[in-house]
Design a protein. Structure first.
Length: 549
């Protein structure tokens, strides 16, 4: 066979294989859409893309659109709903209801968050199928058929928090009901029967009693006349993850950084600037540049932002110098937990309670209770600068003091330990009842768990003091009765610049019988020996050995 004929045959074979694979992929795609009777993409309209003509209309209120998981999503304002006229294709003996959901408000006790239901008619006293959420944030699939196991059947699952996109999917194949979140099975239960057929319309965003509405976003709503397999449900989630990974995954980041260098601005990339809510703050020399000095009754607020919601990871680091260790003081507090409509319920909080550092948070799955963890300080830190770190990862809470881990507590695993989201403004220096009194610097919040090395590195990341090289040479061999005038500089780690200091410096000799030092930095040798010179400026210090010959 000639080389030319061989290459031609090879190319023909490649084309055949490609064509076969293309047909196979097309067949798989068609199979994945098999049984689809409603498909609302919400790309600026309510058109059904399933091919069955089940277009929706908004007869009450107004639906708007904004970016979602797949293109646009429908925004429900809590006062509107959409409906699809009755058709035989909506009478489902088996079913799958799947939609992307973004809830924005917590439910009150006994409230409902409606998703989808098929209306009953004059011949039937109950709706045939209904997907909704109850006041404890539990998605529930309701199915009904008279005189069967399916009579008023309910399958509840596990709570799902607000302000996070998730794919909610419910299936029923005639013998088993299932509920999934993001492609993962939450709960299943055996039950046989088939929901009865009715002449009622299909409603989306309204409950069957007509008095409760969905508030938030929906995207890519699908209804099938069959139960999707677990692989097919996961494929729906994977498709969303591929198209909008930024909405479904969280990158590890520092979400707030308050340097307090004369203002309350956030130096992270998230723009969580603080505002003075009450009292007055003075700016003094701190560990890195300036620091914020709080008097009683003073606190800052940071407007609520989803970047301040933490699920499975949280860290706080910062420098604190308290002038009071007799009273409870609040360092950080985020109210408005999504598990309740009580606006003052904490989401997470860090307090100083006498000689304890206390970290409280509400696990979302617990719904009503907050968990508390604490570290007992061995020595008073009153009027002393101390570096604190607290980390959380759903399994452990760790406490750090001056760069070292001093305690770790295991979190008891009940139903789940993800931190609840919160709708309240972040409070710095108060929880509404107790106030911090003292000075803070370099307050940082992270949406992940810092390692011990990272906390230690943060502790070491501070400004530094130095004296001139000429000073350093002379104090190593200072003659009796001779003097050296110190030239002190501060290196600012934030800017990398070094500045000569002319005020606000304090000097101390460890042994005045060997050398003395004046308030202006003049050292005088007294007698032979070695002692320590301590130079301080704001919250930082530097020591040198002084030897008198």
């Amino acid at each position: 066979m000639s080389r030319r004929k061989y290459l031609s045959l090879l190319m023909a074979l490649v084309m055949c294989v490609s064509l076969f694979n293309g047909l196979l992929f097309k067949n798989e795609a068609v199979a994945a859409e098999d049984g689809l009777v409603v498909h609302l993409k919400f790309d600026d309209d309510l058109t059904d893309s399933s091919g069955t003509g089940n277009n929706a209309t908004c007869e009450y209120g107004k639906i708007t659109y904004e970016d979602g998981i797949h293109g646009k999503s429908a925004v429900f304002n809590g006062k509107t709903y959409i409906e699809i006229p009755d058709s035989d294709s909506l009478d489902l003996q088996q079913l799958t209801i799947s939609l992307w959901v973004y809830k924005v408000t917590p439910l009150k006790d006994y409230e409902r968050m409606p998703y989808v239901y098929k209306e009953k008619d004059d011949d039937h006293w109950s709706v045939p199928y209904l997907l909704y959420e109850h006041g404890n944030n539990l998605p529930i699939l309701y199915l009904h058929e008279d005189d069967s196991e399916l009579s008023q059947f309910r399958l509840d699952s596990a709570p799902i928090d607000i302000r996070k996109w998730h794919l909610l999917t419910a299936t029923f194949d005639g013998s088993e009901a299932r509920i999934y979140e993001n492609g993962e099975l939450l709960k299943k239960k055996d039950v046989s029967g088939s929901p009865w057929a009715t002449l009622g319309d299909l409603y989306i965003g309204l409950d069957e009693y007509g008095d409760e509405y969905f508030k938030g976003n929906m995207d890519d709503l699908r209804i099938y006349n069959r139960a999707l397999s677990a692989k097919e449900v996961l494929a729906l989630y994977d498709a969303g993850l591929k198209e909008s990974p930024e909405l479904l995954t969280q990158k590890n980041a520092m979400v707030a950084h308050y340097k307090f260098n004369g203002n309350y601005k956030d130096s992270s990339d998230f723009g969580n600037d603080a505002e003075l809510a009450a009292g007055k703050i003075s700016f003094v020399e701190g560990k890195n540049g300036k620091a914020a000095q709080f008097k009683k009754g003073t606190y800052l607020e940071v407007p609520d932002n989803i970047s301040l919601d933490f699920d499975q990871g949280f860290s706080m680091t910062g420098w604190i110098n308290t002038t009071d260790d007799d009273n409870i003081m609040s360092i950080l507090n985020k109210p408005g937990a999504s598990t309740t409509d009580y606006s003052d319920q904490l989401t997470y909080r860090i307090n100083m309670e006498h000689d304890y550092i206390v970290f409280d948070y509400v696990p979302f799955d617990e719904q009503t209770w907050n968990f508390g963890y604490s570290y007992n300080l061995e020595n008073s830190i009153k009027n002393k600068w101390a570096h604190f770190g607290i980390t959380f990862d759903t399994k452990e809470v760790r406490f750090y003091l001056n760069g070292k881990m001093v305690k770790k507590d295991k979190i008891s695993d009940y139903n789940g330990n993800d931190m609840a989201h919160g709708l309240g403004d972040l409070m710095i220096g108060s929880d509404g009842e107790y106030f911090f009194v003292g000075t803070m610097d370099e307050l940082k919040l992270y949406n992940y768990t810092l390692s011990a090395k990272q906390v230690e590195a943060d502790y070491k990341e501070v400004d530094s003091l130095s004296i001139s090289k000429d000073n350093q040479t002379k104090i190593k061999a200072l003659k009796k009765n001779s003097t050296v005038t110190l030239a002190v500089s501060r290196n600012y780690i934030d800017t990398g610049k070094t500045t000569k200091l002319t005020k606000g410096i304090t000097y101390k000799s460890s042994n005045k019988k060997i050398f003395t030092v004046s308030s202006k930095g003049v050292i005088k040798g007294i007698k032979k020996g070695t002692a320590t010179l301590t130079i301080s400026h704001g919250a930082i210090s530097k020591t040198y050995k002084v030897t008198v010959k």
